[in-house]
Design a protein around this ligand. Structure first.
Ligand SMILES: Nc1ncnc2c1ncn2[C@@H]1O[C@H](COP(=O)(O)OP(=O)(O)OP(=O)(O)O)[C@@H](O)[C@H]1O
Ligand SMILES: [Mg+2]
Length: 260
């Protein structure tokens, strides 16, 4: 089944285990499509905005052929929470009844440790993606890359697009985001890739306004929280689109050059 917005919709059938590594206490669930998902809970401390960032950045990643696990909207019903013995997990499940974000579980994947680096080409695409989306969460202390089937996969984009955390108190400013520098010096792939600025034209061409719009449309409407300046989900979608297209159009402030 497809949500009107685009992502597949499935129902969790079993909570398997928490993923101890994850700061947001993500868990593994099995679902009605026989799939296994890493579940990012709507009831986790960071709220719905991190789920929105996950979807938008993964959608942009796919457009520039950065491997990312498939995403789905996962319904969690109250019965699953009832059978959970661990109190902390039970509280999280109870707070997350409804729709959550499922990330296709990559079985047997390994955390990135530099021993199997991606190609220079892929490293540059990942650094560029993180610069466009202001994702600071890909450093050696938290690489957020998995190695699976001989390729490097990008995961965990909840920290990107952090501008949206200020929306409740101030109106979106595409100009401000377009001018926000990006510090690539601590990026885990900085030294695998070369001069990322050479890649900008080719990669930005794939993120046309229409393509960005389609990605933003794939976010479930109920996850787009209105604010005083953004009265409904359509206004919130427009804001994401405008922020991203403004940044793509003016790379001078944020585009990394060659590693120093
Ligand atoms: N799709 C996946 N397939 C297999 N393992 C995964 C997948 N997604 C996440 N993991 C594992 O779970 C860990 C935590 O996931 P993730 O980084 O997405 O969660 P998080 O709570 O945002 O983490 P943190 O804030 O600690 O970075 C990853 O480091 C990885 O080991
Ligand atoms: Mg992580």
């Amino acid at each position: 089944m497809l949500a009107p917005d685009g992502l597949p919709v499935v129902t969790a059938t079993r909570y398997v285990t928490p993923l101890k590594e994850g700061g947001s206490l993500p868990g593994i669930v099995e679902a009605s499509d026989d799939g296994t998902y890493v579940l990012k809970f709507r009831g986790a401390g960071q709220g719905l905005k991190v789920l929105v960032a996950e979807i938008v950045v993964a959608g942009l990643a796919a457009l520039i052929e950065v491997p990312v696990p498939a995403l789905a909207v996962v319904h969690l019903d109250a019965r699953i929470a009832k059978y959970e013995a661990d109190e902390e997990v039970q509280d999280l499940l109870t707070a997350s009844v409804g729709t959550n974000l499922g990330v296709d579980f990559l079985p047997g994947s390994l955390g990135y440790d530099g021993s199997q680096p991606p190609t220079v080409d892929l490293a540059e695409r990942i650094v560029w993606l993180d610069a466009v989306t202001a994702n600071v969460d890909r450093t050696w202390s938290n690489p957020n890359l998995l190695v699976w089937r001989g390729r490097t996969w990008a995961i965990d984009h909840g920290a990107a697009l952090y501008f949206h955390h200020s929306w409740p108190s101030r109106p979106p400013s595409p100009q401000r985001f377009a001018a926000q520098p990006f510090d690539a010096s601590r990026h885990v792939l900085r030294r695998v890739g070369g001069d990322v600025s050479r890649r900008h034209t080719e990669l930005a061409e794939r993120l046309t306004p229409d393509a960005v719009s389609t990605v933003v449309e794939s976010v479930p409407t109920e996850w787009l929280e209105p604010t005083a300046d953004l009265p409904d989900a359509a206004a919130v979608r427009t804001a994401y689109r405008e922020m991203l297209t403004a940044r793509l159009a003016s790379p001078a402030a944020w585009l990394p050059g060659a590693p120093s």
